[in-house]
Write a protein that binds this ligand. Structure first.
Ligand code: SF4
Length: 461
């Protein structure tokens, strides 16, 4: 099974074969990329070996265009919520490793409620639940109770409408419990697909490479059809990792009938008690190339960027292919009430508030979206892919992005003297309203904006 997902030998052969791409080959690959049907591993290999500056610029243009055509101008926001830093694993790159002598923290349900209220107060509607692996302190029933608690929190500023979950690989029975708890996407990163490196960097139950790489299959069999994959860039050669990610995505598409819903692209960051130095650090230039290559290689899959990146890198990445991002994040349990750098899982490089990030992306005419519509109406798994692959998802994303942003403007920007963001926000709303092709959807969106202004909430297509 491992070889079906990621055949190391084959990937190394491809990387060797595609080492020196000529211009003609790259141009042919660009033509194929523009068809938005994805690329073969060999084609991806050529792109990872691309060094010509002009051709890289062209790649960036094509990636940006594909992002725009498939996902539109919207950027979906979420906040991570760490509920426990208890962990039985020893992963070299993570501050929650078992050797860390810090006092561990597991949030009570009341504390989870309080953290949720703080996240809602910022304007978020989506949470990514995070937690270390510890069957005694963080059993699946605790995680399920945390999910129920988060969904139950309702404030006058709204509620959390979608909880995505990023917890360690587990059993089909446990995934069934997550499914019953109505999670959105289940995300699990391979960290590195390179077997030897994986074994070297992980001790504890997570050290089982096979358990990790086959987890999405168990989750799928348990009924979770929105699945996210990812790599922690810096642990091994990024070219190998990119090909492996694409190979994993192709495997899921072929064997599960559904490709990954998201690909995450975290890059290694320092943490207080982590002495590990990445052997394969990824430069900013290569990092952006990774995003562009993934965008053209797997065009139908959403891409997630976290606050591990600096604002200037995020700005470029949002245009190149990122469709979801976190903002205002705190990476320790209880961090939204009282954040301690010492207890954080890793160092954050974008410390801006959600509002500051929104202000910034409006300058680039992106629509901040808090949409959770697909999951609410059951447009998940294959149904989602049937819309995403031909590029039709944008007919929902644009109006839904607009409607959820109008909610944000009314609830969080109208008050407290935030006139500038309110005014700028409505200018961008107006701009994209005029770009809705379908006259009926356009008229209905205008009507719903008025309903939101009068106090109705949670309207979507
Ligand atoms: S319509 Fe679906 S894909 Fe588009 S933003 Fe909403 S949830 Fe995401």
């Amino acid at each position: 099974m491992i070889k079906d997902i990621c055949d190391e030998e084959k990937i190394f052969e491809i990387l060797e074969k595609t080492k020196n791409p000529d211009k003609k080959t790259i141009e042919l690959i660009f033509d194929r990329a523009k068809e938005k049907k994805g690329l073969s591993l060999e084609e991806v290999g050529y792109l990872t070996n691309l060094k010509d500056k002009e051709l890289i610029d062209e790649l960036f243009k094509i990636a940006g265009k594909i992002k725009e055509e498939i996902y539109g101008e919207r950027l979906v926001f979420f906040a991570p919520l760490y509920i426990s830093d208890f962990c039985v694993n020893d992963c070299e790159y993570c501050n929650f490793h078992i050797r860390n002598p810090m006092k561990r923290r597991k949030l009570s349900l009341d504390e989870i409620k309080e953290e949720t209220e703080r996240i809602i107060e910022m304007g978020h509607k989506r949470i990514l639940l995070e937690c270390g692996e510890d069957p005694v302190n963080n059993p699946i029933d605790y995680i399920v109770s945390a999910i129920e608690t988060i969904y139950s929190v309702k404030t006058e500023k709204g509620n959390i409408r979608r909880i995505n979950v990023n917890i360690s690989a587990t059993t089909k029975e446990n995934y069934k419990k997550l499914k019953q708890a109505k999670i959105g996407t289940y995300q699990l990163f391979q960290e590195t697909y390179h077997y030897e490196t994986y074994k070297k960097l992980h001790k504890g139950p997570k050290g089982d490479y096979e358990r990790q790489i086959t987890a999405h299959i168990r989750a799928f069999e348990a009924g979770i059809d929105d699945l996210g994959i990812g790599v922690l860039f810096g642990l091994y050669d990024w070219r190998f990792e990119v090909l492996s990610l694409v190979s994993h995505a192709q495997f899921m598409d072929k064997y599960l009938g559904v490709g990954p819903h998201t690909i995450s692209v975290p890059r290694f960051r320092k943490a207080p008690t982590v002495t590990y130095q990445p052997e394969y650090p990824v430069s900013d230039e290569d990092f952006l190339k990774i995003i562009a290559i993934l965008r053209v290689a797997v065009p139908y899959t959403g891409m997630i960027l976290s606050t591990r990146e600096r604002p200037e890198i995020r700005r470029v990445a949002f245009k190149l292919g990122i469709s979801q991002t976190s903002a205002g994040s705190k990476t320790s349990p209880g961090g939204y009430r009282n954040f301690s750098k010492e207890e954080a899982q890793f160092e954050i490089y974008d410390l801006r508030t959600l509002e500051e990030v929104i202000n910034d992306i409006l300058k680039d005419k992106l629509i901040p979206s808090f949409c959770t519509a697909c999951y609410r109406v059951g447009r998940t798994g294959e149904d989602f892919m049937n819309l995403a692959k031909p590029g039709e998802i944008n007919k929902f994303c644009r109006p839904n992005g607009i409607l959820t942003f109008v909610e944000y403007l009314e609830d969080f920007a109208k008050i407290n003297g935030k006139k500038e963001i309110y005014k700028k926000g409505y200018e961008v709303v107006e701009y994209y309203l005029n770009q809705i092709d379908n006259e009926n959807i356009k008229k209905e969106t205008i009507k719903r904006i008025e309903r939101i202004k009068k106090g109705e909430r949670d309207l979507y297509f």
